[in-house]
Design a protein around this ligand. Structure first.
Ligand code: AGP
Length: 598
């Protein structure tokens, strides 16, 4: 993963580098570093921990003699979290930062660094040392970089500075990298949205690109033209406002972003999209939904929607599995990729793989400038806007909305649902923001649930049918931000093994909407209570009170809005429990917002 920044021939380097790195911190926060760059002079500072740590170290230093800087925020892959493994890797001649993984670094180490005594842990340090070795023989920097590109294998984005010529090379293969230019300098970033306050015009590097910056000139090593595009300004998305964390701000933003997204689908978007869908869904065999983590849970919800409202076969795939599977080219299928960031490596690679097999690809994302948007045939956008908290909240519910709309459009086109049902379903979707606002206001149960969680050693989420994926999502939210052990189970599966986990120290959270499976899920609760377990049940139907059972009454649901209604309280209890535990909610340990490595 990791984030990289470069600011060339500019001023206020310290402030700008820290500003951009803070915006890239969602990509990893194990260590950070910067190299200040000038003619025959490189000064590098690294720190273990977050950007704030690096920022503190920089306060006492001047660095006025420098005109450029490259920097990095790391999510450790190869090599422990340490100052030694922090980027940039540098000496007085070369400084280098990398985002990605160099898969053949062990081979390169054996071939080029045989006589090296130092214990080299990381793939990037290996590349830095190999580059230094190669530079002893290859004096021309263009040729040196071309040689480097020819021997490395993997997914990466690099910035490499040579202090003798003051040239900066940027290389991309798989990992994102963009460059922008204005009167006061040239800016590189792993994420173009981190540059919006500095540049309006952006070029997104393509795989295989080698871009050189030399005395304010940006050129392609293979002679290709660098064509800049206009980038929309992102206003204040990096601010927490009055909220303590991004996660809680993003939870409360849900009524607004869902309303905005639905409005877009209700206006002109689906007119055009519907025509495309009509052509695409002629003779269609199946839809395949693909994602990772929370996005995968959205895929599972989509499967329930499609089974309820259409006659099309649907399957769901983890992107990390799909990309290594043999897929048949005989079927007429549409693959739908779901991703908040639009950059997740497994999802992106699965998309490219499926595309190479000739399938139509749709991406559902809120990151409209992302690589997946550029790769997919069709984009189904959501307007969740930027999500900064590592735990996905508003991006998820907007993905559900996109999938619900996609499903009923298909149901309508194929006449699986009547015009009347279609209009009603659209209305149900329009009503979701009001229901969510109500749930956000009535949160008096939270303290009780937090206290039950505090006295438990594990928490299991149990549900059936369309809320089963929400149980998985609730469990993922809880474990990723509070580190409590948690699983999600399909109610019917309990007696096939998981019920053995139940004792008085375990809390089970049961999602039980009032539908045809209500009684079945109620039996699950009874079976847990009978074994001494504690139960919290979220339901729109009140049942008789029992010892060790806490009931939380939910608004009345329809099939299509059920997953939204049951998601919100699970986001809230995870947040408030993690707050109580004192964890780093927006940047939980070992995680990063955007998983851009395998
Ligand atoms: C969600 O809370 C997680 N942080 C994670 O599972 C995430 O959903 C997953 O990594 C996929 O990310 P994407 O949506 O950006 O592709």
């Amino acid at each position: 993963m990791c984030g990289i920044v470069g600011i060339i021939n500019s001023d206020n380097l310290k402030i700008k580098a820290i500003n951009v790195l803070s915006k890239l911190e969602y990509r990893g926060y194990d260590s950070a570093g910067v190299s200040f760059l000038a003619k025959n002079n490189i000064k590098t500072i690294t720190e273990v921990g977050k950007i704030s740590q690096l920022s503190k170290s920089l306060t006492s230093t001047g660095y006025n003699a420098f005109d450029s800087v490259i920097g990095h925020t790391r999510w450790a892959t190869h090599g422990i979290v340490s100052k030694n493994n922090a980027h940039p890797f540098s000496n007085q001649k070369i400084s280098l930062v990398c985002n990605g993984i160099i898969e053949n670094y062990s081979e390169l180490k054996l071939k080029y660094l045989k006589n090296y005594k130092k214990n080299i842990e990381s793939d990037t340090e290996t590349i830095f040392l190999v580059l230094n070795e190669l530079s002893k023989k290859i004096k021309d920097h263009n040729k040196l970089i071309q040689k480097l590109v020819s021997i490395i294998k993997g997914h990466y984005a690099f910035l490499i500075y040579f202090s003798d010529t003051q040239e900066i090379f940027s290389l991309k293969s798989g990992s994102p990298l963009s460059v922008g230019k204005n009167a006061d300098g040239i800016y590189f970033s792993s994420d173009p949205s981190a540059l919006t306050e500095y540049v309006n015009n952006i070029y997104h590097l393509q795989d295989g690109d080698i871009i050189k910056v030399s005395v304010n000139t940006i050129s392609h090593l293979n002679g290709k033209k660098v064509i800049f595009e206009n980038q929309a300004k992102v206003v204040n998305e990096f601010s927490k406002g009055d909220f303590k964390h991004f996660m809680i701000k993003e939870i409360y933003e849900q009524p607004h972003v869902i309303k905005k997204t639905q409005k877009y689908y209700d206006a002109d978007y689906f007119l055009d999209f519907r025509n495309k869908l009509k052509d695409l869904t002629n003779n269609l065999d199946s839809f395949v939904f693909v994602g990772c983590g929370t996005a995968y849970h959205a895929c599972l919800v989509a499967k329930y929607y499609f089974e309820q409202f259409t006659d099309i076969d649907v399957s769901c795939e983890y992107a990390s599995e799909l990309r290594y599977k043999n897929i048949s080219t005989k079927k007429n299928s549409i693959y739908v990729f779901i991703s908040q960031s639009g950059e997740t490596m497994d999802t992106l690679m699965a998309l490219k793989y499926v595309k190479s097999k000739g399938y139509t690809t749709i991406v559902v994302t809120n990151s409209l400038e992302s690589t997946m948007v550029r790769e997919a045939n069709i984009t189904l956008p959501t307007f969740a806007m930027k999500e900064i908290g590592v735990a996905s909240t508003k991006a998820f519910t907007c993905q559900l909305l996109a999938l619900a709309n996609l499903c009923i459009e298909i149901g309508n086109i194929r006449k699986n649902i009547s015009k009347k049902e279609y209009i009603q379903l659209k209305q149900d979707l329009k009503n979701i923001p009001t229901k969510i606002t109500k749930i956000l206001k009535n949160s008096s149960y939270i303290d009780k649930v937090v206290s039950l969680l505090s006295s438990s050693k594990a928490c299991y989420f149990i549900a059936r049918n369309i809320v089963f994926p929400i149980a998985l999502e609730g469990s993922l939210k809880l474990k990723e931000i509070s580190y409590m052990h948690s699983e999600g189970f399909a109610g019917g599966e309990m007696k096939h093994g998981p019920i053995a986990l139940i004792d008085k120290n375990v809390l089970s959270i049961c999602l039980n909407p009032k539908n045809k499976l209500y009684e079945k899920s109620s039996s699950n609760c009874e079976e847990i209570l009978a074994r001494g377990g504690k139960v919290v049940v979220f339901s729109s139907k009140k049942s008789s009170s029992k010892k060790n059972l806490l009931q939380i009454i939910m608004p009345k649901e329809n099939y299509i809005d059920t997953p939204f209604i049951y998601t919100i309280p699970l986001q809230l209890i995870s947040y408030y429990f993690a707050l109580n535990e004192g964890t780093d909610i927006d940047q939980p340990r070992n995680l990063a917002k955007s998983v851009t490595v395998e």
